[in-house]
Design a protein around this ligand. Structure first.
Ligand code: MG
Length: 233
């Protein structure tokens, strides 16, 4: 069967996520220091990490929902610092908004737009992310027909839910879809689990961790059109 649909992971597949995340964390921190003094001032990096881990332990049901988990953490940090429920609630919303604004300012890989435009002329393109990035807030928005976030679907990759949502939305069979992603477990194993083709975006030249390999491996998005073409043959 010819490939009809390409689904993409976003972070570290279409852009490097780390610069945006660092800026986003800074923005959230600045907001708290200014508007909720005492909330994080006395934590060092490790202390804050410990606090977060305790919140995760108390809320395992939110592990697939990075946005909700961040809001809960922000709220609990303020409550622990003595702010009221109401202050903690609005503070969490504002601090998270400061975070998201920077989180969405991602810089697509140099070659990404040209490749996506080329692929969009021939295939249906979708986005599947475990994070809270929004492809529709980037310059690549016009090339995407659909996008699913783990927090909307209710389960994160490698669970089959997001891949099945893509299949249902595209109205096609797994042998007509290829999923492209950087994470061997979330992206490759997850997509293999529902029978899709897979392309491992290995831009950082990692060695394969073991298990069934992807159908193709690329170092740069420039290699993707030929890799997808070869799958169909
Ligand atoms: Mg990724």
């Amino acid at each position: 069967m010819p490939i009809e649909v390409i689904t993409f992971d976003l972070d570290n597949t279409l852009w490097d996520v780390e610069p945006a995340l660092l800026r986003a964390e800074d923005a959230q921190r600045d907001w708290l220091l200014q508007h909720r003094p005492g909330t994080i001032d006395n934590y060092d990096h490790e202390g804050l990490w410990e606090f977060k881990k305790q919140v995760w332990k108390r809320h395992p049901e939110l592990l697939h929902n990075v946005s909700q988990m961040r809001l809960v953490t922000l709220r609990e940090l303020q409550l622990a610092a003595g702010f009221t429920e109401e202050e903690a609630e609005t503070g969490a919303e504002h601090a998270f908004a400061a975070f998201l604004t920077e989180r969405h300012k991602v810089q697509l890989y140099e070659e990404a737009l040209e490749i996506l435009e080329q692929l969009a002329g021939r295939y249906t393109l979708g986005a599947l992310t475990n994070g809270n990035a929004d492809i529709y807030k980037t310059d690549a928005a016009e090339y995407f027909d659909f996008a699913f976030l783990a927090e909307d679907i209710g389960a994160a990759k490698p669970a089959p839910d997001m891949f099945q949502a893509a299949l249902a939305h595209a109205g096609t069979t797994p042998d007509c879809i290829v999923h492209v992603g950087d994470n061997p477990d979330h992206d490759i194993k997850g997509a293999q689990g529902v029978g899709m083709y897979t392309v491992w975006m290995n831009g950082r030249n990692h060695s394969w961790p073991g298990g069934r390999r992807a159908d193709a491996e690329i170092r740069n998005l420039n290699e993707l059109p030929a890799a997808v073409e070869a799958l169909a043959g």
